[in-house]
Write a protein that binds this ligand. Structure first.
Ligand code: ATP
Ligand code: MG
Length: 361
């Protein structure tokens, strides 16, 4: 058996609400583990979580934990008794497998019942490693670090810390409706919103049968990819053609896109009330395209009282693409599809909308 030790940081700062955040973290980890048919026996140990895992499941566990918001880092180590000889032997085995010349031992002793203090453990294990492997101790920037954790009647020894995505556990900030277009931006926006604890429920507007069903398939596929992080598959597909036709027939051409967006937001707001969501999320980035000027965003936001979260507001397109590649949504997002808004697209879209001001008059 191996030990998976999961550390979180920001949740640790939550004072009285800490247990609420931890519960959400464990719920997500358990749900993901269950999906892979893995053990759900995740235990809390002094401000960290601990799972006993079989070596053959190590890769799957690494994938699960490295994509779970709220995790700052994790390690796969070997468990042993709180016995300095046993701890030293494991340190020798682990460091012996690595090629560096210098090392340090870093101990955290949460279980104060163990007689030796952290510094004494560092010294004794360090001495054993020097004798067995003839490596040198270097406290600043060593080639290798061996971590020892003394917790709850047992010890763990490991040499690698793997970064998690940080953030807050899914659902700990409530639920939001994510307007998902099938393009590059909205999946990245959903990722950032989810990173701060929002559970995303997706909403896609399509113009089928005026367009193919490619956008529907793409959105479904993108949500599946995002589910590695969000663990959420709920998506609403909303037919939009009738609304578009109405706008095309009755409104000035330049205002079409803004009016489409305002209708999308109104529908999203209705869904938000139904699903107890507290915010809307879009992939808009200031000034990226004609419909995303600050004037137009003001006109679009005016139709709802819910907060519209725009996580990409300060991102350049290049940065969004880099992130989309990192979270694996890029390749799917660039597959061709007809955006519902390209049907009946105006030749010259309005960039200084004053619709909400007209409404006020
Ligand atoms: P994306 O890459 O996310 O498609 P974009 O750069 O194409 O964004 P727009 O088409 O102006 O920008 O869309 C801005 C935002 O409006 C999208 O990020 C998305 O949140 C929302 N949106 C646009 N079209 C749709 C749609 N068909 N269904 C749901 N939301 C949409
Ligand atoms: Mg788009």
């Amino acid at each position: 058996m191996l030990s998976l030790i999961i550390h979180y940081d920001e949740i640790g700062l939550k004072g009285g609400n800490r247990l609420f955040f931890e519960k959400k973290l464990v719920e997500t980890l358990k749900a993901k583990a269950a999906r892979h048919g893995l053990s759900k026996n995740i235990r809390r140990l002094y401000g960290r979580y601990y799972v006993e895992i079989k070596p053959e499941n190590q890769t799957t566990w690494e994938q699960i934990v490295s994509s779970t918001f709220g995790v700052s880092n994790f390690s796969i180590g070997l468990p042993c008794k709180q016995d300095i000889a046993e701890i030293s032997q494991i340190a020798i085995t682990l460091l012996g497998k690595e090629s560096g010349e210098t090392f340090r031992i870093e101990t955290k002793r949460s279980d104060k019942n163990f007689a030796l203090k952290s510094q004494q453990i560092n010294e004794q294990v360090g001495h054993a490693v020097i004798m067995a492997l003839h490596k040198k101790v270097k406290l600043k920037n060593p080639d290798m670090t061996c971590y020892v954790e003394i917790v709850d009647g047992r010890a763990f020894v490991y040499t690698k810390k793997i970064s998690g995505p940080g953030g807050l556990p899914i659902g700990s900030s409530g639920t939001a409706i994510v307007l998902a277009s099938g393009g590059i931006d909205s999946p990245v926006a959903a990722w950032y919103a989810a990173k701060r604890g929002l559970r995303p429920i997706f909403l896609h507007f399509h113009s089928y049968p005026y367009t193919t069903d490619a956008s529907i398939e793409k959105v479904t596929q993108l949500i599946k990819i995002l589910a590695t992080y969000t663990n959420e598959y709920t998506v609403y597909m909303c037919p939009f053609v009738d609304i578009q036709k109405h706008i095309v027939m009755h409104a000035p051409e330049a205002y079409r896109i803004i009016l489409y967006r305002r209708c999308m937001i109104r529908i999203a707001e209705k869904l938000a009330w139904k699903r107890k969501a507290k915010a809307l999320v879009t992939g808009e980035s200031l000034g990226q395209v004609a419909s995303q000027t600050i004037d137009n965003m003001r006109s679009i936001s005016a139709v709802t009282t819910l907060p519209i979260i725009r996580p990409l507001i300060g991102f350049d397109k290049k940065e969004i693409i880099e992130k989309a590649k990192k979270i694996n949504t890029f390749e799917t997002a660039i597959l061709p599809h007809d955006d519902c808004c390209t049907v009946f697209m105006p030749k010259k879209p309005e960039t200084y909308s004053k619709l909400e001001i007209e409404e006020e008059k």
